[in-house]
Ligand binder design. Structure first.
Ligand SMILES: [Zn+2]
Length: 107
């Protein structure tokens, strides 16, 4: 995923009801923000974060196409992120050394 924004702010807000989350592309210092409701479960928060993060960088005009893409991204990107993290244990020396150290010292 390419993130064109400098940073993402996360707010846990109850007053988004009935929405679970919302993104604002230029909310704070021309950077993006993501708001996530505080009263939803952690798995829902993780999904909503991935969904809204996609919206933050999407330039599509049609609302339905935007929602379809963000919904797919909410499912796929966490899995892709896991693949990348696992790959880093193979490809990045400091991550590989960290893993080996954890296995040897059992922490
Ligand atoms: Zn959406």
């Amino acid at each position: 995923m390419s993130n064109e924004k400098d940073s993402v702010y996360i707010f846990l807000k109850k007053d988004l009801v009935p929405k679970y989350g919302q993104c604002n592309k230029y909310a704070i210092d021309s950077t993006g923000s993501i708001w996530i409701r505080a009263d939803i479960s952690e798995p829902r928060k993780a999904y909503v974060f991935a969904h809204e993060l996609y919206h933050l960088n999407d330039k599509s005009k049609h609302w339905l196409w935007r929602e379809i893409k963000a919904t797919i991204a909410g499912v796929v990107w966490p899995l892709w992120g896991l693949v990348c993290v696992l790959w880093d244990f193979v490809a990045v020396k400091e991550r590989r050394d960290f893993l080996v150290d954890r296995i040897r010292k059992k922490y």
